[in-house]
Design a protein around this ligand. Structure first.
Ligand code: ZN
Length: 239
């Protein structure tokens, strides 16, 4: 996540065609931008729109970071090499989730200090380069917290339930909108305890830990999105 003082009082901004979160802190405006794991090291830029109608381009540098490898064994081979029918479902679900992550809600005020959504052991961190049954797959786009099946999952910050569903890889899933493109995702749940459209506060129970979808045991996969980009949830934990 890039946190960049804008030196301006912009009304909005964008990075790679997605609106970006602008926040004020101690009288200064900051752009808070999610940088994709696939971004190459080098110069990036974003655009600010000022109330005068003027556009300003701000440049910043992204440095290289290498994440460690993780090797996992999945007994259901279809979850590693899905068949043609599965791929139709996977692509449809990817579009659904992409649409949800592109959502922009101005009525919600994002809070950046979050509480862990589950009381458990962090079993996998963000960014791990993953191999399933020896085959390279997408890097880990969230944080895994291991807990017993049925353990409560709490909203880590206030928000609005944007979508729920049962997905091929993610199992029972909730997408929670915190406003201005800050959106969190909860996967592999045993039960979903909220309805789409519900407003939740920090600490409200939204579901229970399970092992639905592609898993090696019960845990919560928690991810955070900014400007439709998966970023490290650990950066948002209050501790
Ligand atoms: Zn995970």
């Amino acid at each position: 996540v890039a946190v960049i003082p804008t030196g301006k009082n912009a009304i909005n901004g964008s990075y790679k065609d997605h609106p970006i979160l602008l926040a004020n802190y101690q009288g200064e405006q900051y752009a808070i931008i999610g940088i994709s794991l696939s971004t190459e090291a080098g110069e990036e830029d974003f655009t600010l729109n000022l109330s005068s109608g003027e556009n300003v381009i701000i440049r910043f540098q992204v440095e290289a970071k290498t994440y460690t490898e993780q090797h996992l064994n999945i007994t259901n081979n279809r979850q590693v090499n899905p068949n043609a029918e599965d791929m139709v479902r996977i692509n449809r679900e990817r579009n659904e989730m992409d649409n949800a992550f592109s959502s922009w809600d101005d009525s919600l005020v994002p809070i950046f200090e979050m509480y862990p959504p589950v009381d458990g052991v962090r079993s996998s961190s963000f960014g791990l380069r993953r191999f399933f049954n020896g085959q390279a797959r997408n890097p880990h786009s969230g944080m895994d917290i291991a807990a017993d099946e049925g353990a409560p999952i709490y909203a880590p910050a206030p928000g609005k339930i944007l979508a729920t569903g049962n997905y091929f890889f993610n199992g029972n899933t909730i997408i929670l909108d915190h406003g201005h493109g800050l959106i969190s995702l909860y996967c592999h749940m045993n039960t979903i305890d909220v309805e789409v459209g519900a407003l939740v506060n920090t600490g409200d129970q939204i579901g229970k830990v399970g092992q639905t979808g592609r898993v090696t045991g019960p845990h919560l996969h928690w991810s955070i999105n900014l400007n439709n980009t998966r970023v490290d949830p650990a950066l948002f934990l209050a501790d």
